[in-house]
Ligand binder design. Structure first.
Ligand code: NDP
Ligand code: MG
Length: 392
């Protein structure tokens, strides 16, 4: 059989690695199209030498010479800078895995969408920042969006042939993060290392902090709203510390279908890459419910996790509020990681940004350019609101 060409945006990241692991495991079925990274030339070059893609690109132009040197003699074409990333996206591909982190993922992901590609979407920020535009353009350009995010992937599987109009409630589960059982006082004094210690998933740093604050679940509510064309009133969150059940759909007749799997991102990625076929995952741990023993559930506490409240409000408000929220959150998370603001400083900054800007920008961004303009403006404003360095 002819192998499928898979391009990976964010190839050197957490999702990127899980993806390339699957590509290597199923080397007969897949070949690498373009591999794209941010700035780590050594990591991308190593990956490229293993997978022999058609093209390797880094977003950071200044890393170009290092990448060229690291790939010297390999025969793998490569480049750096925005034009190189767009050249990578333009290479032929049957599937594009969009796994850049943050708003930086909007442009390359949208470029793939405009080419009508099948997109395995991990970059939830694309839908949070410009969801209306992305979903509209997916239809316009004939692109398919397959959800990689574990909850949305589980929900897509739980949907089966069901109709959104028959859904009473769609529920995303949250692990609750490392602070699930902590008091508000203890959370207030949490360090970046404590926030990054995720109990069930192994992920990139930014999403780890978002999981600790439950902002990740807020972003995911907005993501689900766009992916499934379902309104905020029928979306819900429940805390489930074992991270085995990822999403539940309660139908109008009272039946509930759910998506279960071990917390391993290769499961939803494999579901996307399989395009209807089920791929085996080497070294994957099968779900053993008898060994797990119990699956527990509890309500999400918006008092200790105000980011969830702020995100729900942004989803309800609509317009540019989610775009503003995401931009402020990215700055706030970076500030928290470098020790410049305390943990609850994240929610505070994000809430202030939404109050400051959402009304000013009004309507939802019409396109990626408008979303990125809002993003840039809110980032600059947010940066002014945080100390540049570690607080004394
Ligand atoms: P990581 O931080 O681990 O990886 C990010 C990747 O993006 C790296 O390859 C990085 O390259 C690359 N990158 C950074 N900036 C740019 C840029 N401007 N242009 C191109 N590439 C860039 O993130 P994750 O893998 O954790 O997350 C990726 C996305 O997937 C996020 O949107 C996240 O929300 C989503 N997601 C992640 C999950 C997970 O389990 N990790 C689960 C569900 C969703 P470099 O290292 O060189 O900077
Ligand atoms: Mg998720």
């Amino acid at each position: 059989p002819v192998s499928l060409t898979v391009t990976v945006l964010g190839a050197t990241g957490s999702i990127g690695r899980s993806t390339t692991d699957l590509l290597s495991q199923h080397a007969g079925r897949f070949r690498a199209g373009a591999l794209v990274g941010g700035r780590d030339a050594a990591a991308l070059a190593k990956l490229a030498r293993e997978l022999k893609p058609d093209f390797a690109a880094l977003a950071d132009e200044s890393a170009g010479p290092a990448l060229a040197e690291a790939l010297a003699g390999s025969g793998i074409p490569n480049g750096a800078g925005e034009s190189a990333v767009l050249e990578a996206v333009a290479r032929e591909a049957d599937i594009v895995v969009a796994a850049v982190s943050g708003a930086a993922g909007l442009k390359p992901t949208h470029a793939a969408l405009r080419l009508g590609r099948t997109i395995a979407l991990a970059n939830k920020e694309s839908l949070v920042c410009a969801g209306d535009a992305f979903m509209r353009d997916a239809t316009r350009y004939g692109a398919r969006i397959l959800p990689v995010d574990s909850e949305h992937n589980a929900l897509a599987q739980a949907m089966g042939d069901g109709r959104v109009s028959d859904i009473a409630k769609m529920t995303l589960t949250a692990s609750g993060g490392p602070f699930r059982t902590w008091t508000r006082e203890r959370i207030a004094a949490a360090t970046p290392a404590e926030a990054a210690a995720h109990p069930t998933w192994s992920m990139g740093m930014k999403i780890n902090i978002d999981s600790a604050s439950l902002m990740n679940k807020g972003l995911e509510l907005i993501e689900a709203h766009h992916l499934f064309a379902i309104e905020a009133e029928r979306l819900d969150v429940i805390v489930h510390p074992q991270s085995i059940v990822h999403g539940l759909i309660a139908w109008r007749d009272g039946a509930v279908t759910a998506g279960l799997a071990m917390p391993d991102m290769r499961v939803p990625i494999a579901h996307c890459l399989g395009l209807g076929d089920r791929l085996e995952i080497a070294r994957g741990r099968p779900l053993d419910l008898a060994a797990t023993g119990s699956l527990t559930f509890e309500p999400a506490d918006e008092a200790r996790f105000p980011c969830l409240r702020v995100a729900r409000a942004a989803l309800a408000e609509g317009g540019a509020a989610p775009t503003v929220m995401n931009a402020a959150n990215e700055i706030a998370v970076a500030a928290f990681i470098r020790g410049a603001i305390p943990f609850y400083g994240i929610a505070e900054l994000v809430e202030r940004a939404v109050e400051q800007f959402a009304a000013e920008f009004g309507h939802a961004p019409e396109d990626v350019e408008e979303a990125l303009a809002i993003d840039a403006r809110v980032r600059a404003w947010s940066l002014e609101g945080v100390p540049a360095t570690r607080a004394a």
